[in-house]
Design a protein around this ligand. Structure first.
Ligand code: NCD
Ligand code: ZN
Length: 353
């Protein structure tokens, strides 16, 4: 008998859907597995206001309506929006965001940290009035946790952010809900564990499955390149431990981040792994690798919803221990392609319903 794993329908608390024609590819891929998705706002230009977030959500829903997935999946899909924090965001904008009912959080990108982050914050504590308002009304702050100074080694950027920035934010705003997005180090996992319940973290499938050797040994493999960058194996091991520990501070956020194939396979390749299509089989592979499949449902389907104060989904999905060959590429934009993480390779798990 084939082994199966049935889970409450998961949510993805960190995804990049992009905009325009990209939505025709990314939205059905995400909607096939997830009900709620936290849509990252690093568009060009970024989603800075509630009005822009509401309009972006409408474009996502139009792409959903035009896609060929089942009516059940269409009606269950619920994009949750995020404002991109800039040096000019106001407390009034935070109140509008909360009142909208569709803006779920505010994202802090240190300026220059990652893809499309040039408008990010340069003086983080200069935004105290915004953090104050968020703390007061319970709107979470999502952080891309890396410092960006040119003189800081790329492998140390997350740790330096914890020491120099995040600990200061938490000291000044102790009740602010914070999600440390896509953590990549034991330092970040342990930092999160040391905080109160209002600080949580998302973990991607790539940071559970891989370390920097996968990306760099035997040739540079650009489809493993994302930010924050894959770290050493002992960090990967610690992330696997906390993700499978049953601690509600750690939950699913794929950070699926599409870039056209030619922009990743380049002399200056873009950062981001595309995992939206097969995210759940990837996570199942990671959880199974440490004998913890029984811990996956809470990580994927309960802890994030609880943190955000949203109801647990009513439907289920089922994975089977059945080989699948990951597609080499998907059609993307006008005549381009999108190469998924582990393209052409075989995964031992498949989402069957
Ligand atoms: C993301 C993207 O491409 O938008 N890239 C990535 O490597 N993760 C941005 C981000 O989340 O840092
Ligand atoms: Zn991201």
């Amino acid at each position: 008998m084939t082994q199966t794993l049935t889970l409450i329908q998961p949510d993805d608390w960190h995804i990049h859907l992009r905009d325009g024609d990209a939505l025709a590819t990314t939205v059905p891929h995400a909607a096939n597995s997830f009900n709620r998705v936290i849509c990252m706002p690093n568009l060009v230009p970024p989603v800075k206001t509630t009005e822009q977030a509401v309009a972006y959500r409408e474009r996502i829903l139009t792409a959903l309506a035009n896609s060929v997935i089942s009516d059940d999946r269409k009606s269950a899909f619920d994009p949750r929006m995020v404002l991109y924090l800039t040096d000019h965001t106001t407390a009034e904008e935070i109140r509008l965001a909360k009142a909208s009912g569709v803006v779920q959080a505010v994202k802090l990108y240190p300026a220059g940290a990652t893809t499309n982050s040039a408008d990010g914050v340069t003086d983080i504590l200069g935004r105290a009035c915004v953090f104050e308002a968020m703390q007061q009304i319970g709107l979470p702050l999502l952080v891309h946790g890396e410092v960006t100074h040119a003189d800081v080694d790329i492998f140390d950027r997350e740790k330096r952010f914890l020491d120099e920035i995040l600990s200061v934010i938490i000291a000044n705003f102790p009740e602010l809900k914070i999600v440390m997005e896509h953590i990549t180090t034991a330092d970040a996992a342990d930092f999160c564990l040391a905080q109160k319940d209002n600080v949580a973290a998302t973990i991607t499938p790539q940071h559970l499955l891989f370390n920097r050797n996968h990306m760099l040994v035997g040739g540079v493999k650009p489809h493993y390149y994302c930010l924050p960058i894959l770290k050493r194996a002992d960090h990967q091991k610690r992330l696997l431990e906390v993700a499978t520990s049953g601690n509600p501070k750690f939950f699913l956020g794929t950070d699926s981040a599409p870039h056209a194939t030619h922009t990743k396979e380049s002399a200056c390749g873009c950062a981001g792994c595309y995992s939206a299509v097969h995210a759940l089989p990837l996570y199942a592979t990671a959880f199974e690798s440490v004998g913890a499949l029984d811990k996956m449902e809470n990580f994927a389907s309960r802890f994030g919803a609880n943190f955000y104060g949203l109801p647990i989904n009513q439907t289920t999905i089922t994975l089977a221990k059945q080989d699948q060959v990951i597609a080499d590429a998907y059609d993307y934009l006008d005549g381009k392609t999108l190469t998924p993480l582990l393209a052409g390779q075989t995964l031992a798990w498949t989402q069957i319903s």
